[in-house]
Write a protein that binds this ligand. Structure first.
Ligand SMILES: [Zn+2]
Ligand SMILES: [Zn+2]
Length: 421
């Protein structure tokens, strides 16, 4: 009886060798550029105590309330696959007392996150993020620098992103603004969508980022938080804009850009790409000075972002980074069993000298092996036949002009070894 093929779980996918070059390109560039800015990589576990996200992301958010992969492990602990990685990074920061050194701690991560979202095009339940967190400073310059680093990454990939900024105030000025917002919303309850009617009571800020069309005219007329900042928040926002301008970075101020959680303060930002459509932010980030304390850690000001890799990959041309893919420098062609043994030895010697070397185990005619070498884009082919074996000589064929010459083993390694031609 034939078994039914087992396939990926809905909402997940394989990233095949064919498309991996774009992922490598982004990841390599991010590592390069982030390191230059003093961010070091951190790898936290893919699953954490559920409590971490319940507290760090918020129990009444969609992410935690509806979308987490939560289960009990064999010891009865409640475990969740990470739906985001700021809370885990801040947990690690506190757990390993990274604040003790004083000064800034800059960390970045690359990896999969998990959310059981409604199925839609371009949304995956295992999706990938690159993110960075700068902990230990509330200076607006670190925000500008982090944004500059991000934009540098995007432009090195040929992706144009538009920076959107807002300030969400702080524990001193935001409560008054929320009262004002609630008062305004009370007059308009009948015109609001069902979610917003609830939000007006529980979390009025969230009304501002409602995506429902009928709410938009109301949202547009609501008072703007940037008109109600305390002196410190207004000053911070002004200085951030100054640092951005000094760096030649343009931006738009968007009052609807808010984050629903209390520990988010002051700067909130997004980078959107027109190529992704209106509501598809490529990057979201902001300042979260209270998160560490919410998690039971030390007081630690933080600023960071997360960028969706799956979306970024879609913006790159299909062959981006392809050169970095598999392209053997040398293809070893052989004729006959005896030559095959020699071919293995030649390939081994070349690989040890740093050369990407290809050997077809199926053999075949010289013609078919040359065709294969051509298809793979090999620079040179080493040809080993009976005649060559007997004389201890080998043929090198340069693929670009089909010129062939005859060499000893020592010459072969010298000419084709890494650093040779
Ligand atoms: Zn304030
Ligand atoms: Zn609404």
């Amino acid at each position: 009886m034939e078994e039914k093929l087992i396939t990926t779980v809905p909402g997940t996918r394989d990233l095949l060798p064919d498309e991996i070059s774009r992922w490598h390109l982004i990841e390599d560039r991010a590592r390069q550029i982030f390191t230059r800015y003093g961010f070091l990589e951190i790898r936290t576990p893919i699953f954490e105590a559920t409590e971490l996200f319940a507290r760090g992301v918020g129990e009444d958010t969609d992410i935690v309330g509806k979308e987490m992969y939560t289960f009990h492990d064999l010891s009865g602990r409640s475990i969740s696959l990470r739906p985001e990685n700021t809370a885990p990074v801040v947990r690690a920061y506190a757990q390993h007392a990274m604040h003790r050194g004083g000064g800034l701690t800059k960390l970045y991560y690359i990896g999969p996150m998990f959310r059981h979202e409604k199925k839609q095009k371009g949304r995956w339940r295992q999706f990938y993020q690159i993110g960075a967190e700068a902990l230990g400073s509330d200076h607006p310059a670190i925000e500008a620098e982090t944004i500059e680093m991000l934009l540098e990454l995007l432009s090195s990939l040929g992706v144009r992103g538009e920076l959107l900024l807002n300030s969400v105030g702080c524990g001193r000025c935001r409560p008054d603004y929320i009262l004002l917002l609630r008062r305004e919303l009370q007059h308009r309850t009948n015109d609001l969508c069902e979610d917003c009617r609830r939000r007006a009571e529980t979390n009025a800020l969230r009304v501002l980022d409602c995506k429902v069309r009928s709410c938009q005219p109301i949202v547009m007329q609501l008072p703007r938080i940037t008109d109600h900042l305390c002196a410190e928040c207004a000053d911070h926002f002004r200085r951030l804009q100054g640092f951005l301008s000094d760096a030649g970075i343009g931006y738009g101020i968007v009052p609807r850009l808010v984050r629903g959680l209390d520990y988010y303060v002051r700067t909130a930002f997004e980078i959107v790409s027109g190529d992704l459509g209106a509501q598809n932010a490529l990057v979201g980030g902001g300042r979260y000075d209270g998160l560490s304390e919410v998690l039971g850690g030390p007081r630690a000001q933080g600023f960071g972002f997360a960028m969706g890799l799956d979306r970024l990959v879609m913006l790159l041309p299909e062959d981006a980074g392809r050169d970095a893919g598999y392209r053997p420098g040398v293809f070893v062609a052989y004729l006959g069993e005896e030559a095959f043994g020699k071919g293995i030895a030649v390939a081994r010697a070349l690989r040890r000298r740093g050369v990407t070397c290809h050997l077809e185990f199926a053999g075949g005619s010289l013609k078919s092996q040359l065709r294969q070498a051509n298809k793979l884009g090999a620079g040179h082919v080493v040809i080993i036949g009976d005649q060559e074996l007997r004389r201890g000589r080998y043929l090198i064929r340069r693929m670009e002009d089909s010129v062939q010459w005859d060499v000893s083993m020592a010459e072969l390694l010298e000419q084709l070894g890494a650093g040779g031609s």
